[in-house]
Design a protein around this ligand. Structure first.
Ligand SMILES: *Cc1c(COP(=O)(O)O)cnc(C)c1O
Length: 318
């Protein structure tokens, strides 16, 4: 794992690779007491030629910088972040699955590691990266997930931190998620907390609906996490002849959609087979020849280096 520290007044300057293991912190560390922490997630792929590649790592670096600003933390520069990710992947080279069998999931953390008792930013910060091999999410193509539309629990509120990847956004969704899972659903789809009318996203992925070949996804306005997969889908849609709209999407439109899918680094694209809202179940188109299936193969082909990367999204590690 990669570790780099700096004090509140300083900038990150130099980090190093350590053996993976436990880290020591004061019981009064800012992250433990007040949740001052951010995480990121990205994948490294091994290609047929043996070369290792990352997908848009600068986007993760920029997102961490925005989050750090919101959480009163210093953050590594884009260059430091990408370099640290590369070093971590190279050090864990033997754990990167063979082409087509999965990828190395890379998890950067930025935490207030220094002691602080009164409510204030921590005096010291730690940037850490560890990694774990992961399989491809779906073995036989894309298997659809079933979502529960929740209007009781909310993931984020205007003015809050839903738009940044702070660790403190995630424990609060566990209860909503557990309730949905106990009823047989895969995850929760959250609505806006003010009118309980517009779609926001799932616990850890963004949502898209398809109606008459027009693809729509909720606008990012502080309560939705700006996913890099979401952004990539929006950017490749025009190349595949799809019309894409970023706008408020109501739950009524969700009920009336032809197709629904979720996006995130872990799943890439997860087609939604059905949703449940106010006791009403709606089913969607899934399987081959769907928009989500086409976009999934378009995106994964770029990530795995099976097609030429005309978007300039992949970063080779040498
Ligand atoms: C990480 C995350 C996403 C997906 O972002 P990607 O950059 O595509 O992985 C979406 N929603 C939430 C709440 C997330 O934490």
């Amino acid at each position: 794992m990669y570790v780099m520290k700096c004090s509140k007044e300083d900038r990150f300057s130099e980090g190093k690779l350590n053996r993976f293991g436990n880290i020591e912190m004061s019981p009064s560390a800012g992250v433990l007491n007040y949740g001052q922490g951010l995480f990121e997630g990205l994948k490294a792929y091994k290609r047929e030629d043996g070369c290792l590649a990352l997908f848009r790592p600068e986007e993760n670096a920029l997102r961490m910088q925005k989050g750090a600003e919101r959480m009163c933390m210093p953050s590594p520069s884009v260059e430091q972040f990408v370099d640290a990710v590369k070093q971590t992947v190279l050090a864990n080279k033997r754990w990167v699955p063979p082409p087509g069998k999965g990828s190395l999931y890379v998890r950067p953390l930025l935490i207030g590691s220094g002691p602080v008792l009164g409510l204030a930013p921590a005096p010291e910060y730690t940037f850490l990266i560890y990694a774990s091999p992961v399989g491809t999410y779906f073995k036989e193509g894309l298997s659809p997930i079933n979502l529960f539309v929740d209007d009781e629990f909310h993931r984020a509120t205007p003015g809050g931190t839903g738009g940044v990847k702070t660790i403190s956004n995630y424990a609060p969704v566990l209860k909503a998620q557990a309730l949905a899972k106990s009823k047989g659903f895969s995850d929760v789809l959250y609505l806006d907390s003010i009118n309980k009318r517009n779609l926001e996203e799932a616990s850890s992925c963004n949502v898209f609906i398809v109606k008459n070949d027009v693809i729509s996804t909720p606008t990012i306005e502080g309560t939705i996490l700006p996913g890099i997969t979401r952004k990539s889908i929006i950017e490749i849609c025009p190349h595949y002849g799809y019309q894409i709209q970023e706008r408020p999407v109501s739950v009524e439109e969700l009920m009336d959609a032809d197709e629904v899918f979720c996006t995130g680094t872990a799943v890439v694209i997860a087609p939604v087979g059905s949703i449940m809202y106010h006791g009403k179940r709606v089913e969607y188109r899934s399987g081959v020849e769907t928009v989500s299936q086409k976009l999934y193969s378009a995106l994964t082909s770029i990530q795995m280096g099976l097609v030429e990367d005309k978007m300039g999204w992949t970063v080779e590690i040498d």
